[in-house]
Ligand binder design. Structure first.
Ligand code: PEP
Ligand code: MN
Length: 344
């Protein structure tokens, strides 16, 4: 951490700062320039509070040297992490596909969608049992019944399952039924929920909040990691923009940018990022080209009857064609994509 002193800081203010730093068990290194004096803090900077120092007399600014997300940062963990979801790996050269309807649907429809995404080569089945809707009048999901159904269909087709947890009181219930807990964009900064999820060992799919910076996203991952759950997969799903041409603004640059900052895997969700089926395949491929560790896509066999997000669903045949292209691109980039039965 570096403290930049005001040009009119007095010798007493300087002394006071050095005493404060040393009494925290750290060393202070004074460097006097022609116009400005700076104090470098040597040691574990978490032992001092940057905001308190910023408010101290004689201080112009305080610049932390390390990122505030210590556990999520690549500095702390130079090697890319691999997150294993019931045998399906994300990160460190492994790429996996998540597919399924937005909401858990009725049993026959779930079975038909699961069968088709499995045949297309998807590795994990998705479906929301608890839907965080912008409107309280929109479909809210089947709750526990939906979770049971998702689990049963996943087991029937040999697919691990992911579903969103919206309420800290439901974490124990979801952990019983799913292989991966999704934290939705609307809940990314629900710190009580993050703390609760961090106390499990279940892998977490953490979606970027719609107006979250990359630092915000990594600080939320830090909440989960700091509770002892190391299994976090980040997800770029688009951010708010002034342009309504797409549902959100797909920030594909977030993928390599996150990979510079953090060792955690990051996947892309071009379904929620674009909201437009015709844009999903090129944006999914762009995500893989940018280095994504996985791709999350909503698929439905009757979008006009979907309980939620029908307009952005890919049809099973469109998904199958895209999955083939994704595998080809991944292989060109030397990424490992597990081959499932039915895919040559
Ligand atoms: C979803 O995955 O269906 C969903 C609600 O996603 P997001 O939180 O990214 O909007
Ligand atoms: Mn959705």
């Amino acid at each position: 951490m570096i403290i930049i002193l005001k040009s009119d800081a007095t010798p007493q203010e300087q002394e006071q700062l050095i005493t404060q730093i040393e009494s925290a068990g750290l060393q202070a290194h004074l460097s006097e320039g022609t116009f400005r004096t700076i104090l470098g803090i040597i040691g574990d900077e978490s032992l001092v509070d940057a905001d308190q120092l910023r408010a101290a007399p004689g201080v112009a600014d305080v610049v932390p040297v390390l990122p505030p997300y210590k556990l999520a940062s690549r500095d702390a963990h130079p090697q890319s992490s691999i997150v294993d979801v019931a045998g399906v790996k994300f990160g460190g050269g492994h790429l996996a596909f998540i597919a399924g309807p937005c909401a858990v649907e009725e049993p026959e429809r779930m079975a038909s969608i699961a069968k088709s995404v499995k045949a297309a080569g998807a590795h994990i089945l998705r479906g929301g049992a608890y839907k965080p809707r912008t409107s309280p009048y929109s479909y809210q999901g089947q709750g526990l019944e939906g979770l049971k159904l998702l689990r049963a269909i996943g087991d029937e087709f040999g697919l691990p399952v992911v579903s969103e947890v919206t309420d800290p009181r439901n974490v124990d219930q979801l952990v019983e039924y799913v292989d991966m807990l999704q934290i939705g964009a609307r809940n990314m900064q629900n710190f009580v929920l993050l703390t609760e999820v961090g106390q499990t060992k279940t892998p977490v799919l953490m979606k970027r909040g719609m107006s979250a910076t990359l630092t915000d996203l990594l600080m939320c991952a830090e909440y989960v990691l700091s509770q002892g759950n190391p299994n976090v997969v980040l997800c770029e799903r688009g951010i708010k923009s002034f342009d309504s041409s797409t549902r959100n603004l797909y920030d594909v640059a977030a993928v390599p940018a996150i990979q510079q900052l953090s060792h955690l895997p990051i996947i892309v969700d071009p379904s929620h990022a674009t909201g437009r089926p015709e844009l999903i395949p090129p944006c999914a491929l762009a995500g893989i080209a940018a280095g994504a560790d996985g791709v999350h896509i909503e698929v439905h066999d009757k979008p006009s009857e979907a309980m939620s997000d029908g307009p952005q669903a890919l049809l099973p045949e469109q998904y199958a064609e895209l999955a083939e292209q994704m595998r080809q691109l991944a292989s060109l980039l030397n990424k490992q994509v597990p081959v499932t039965e039915g895919v040559s």
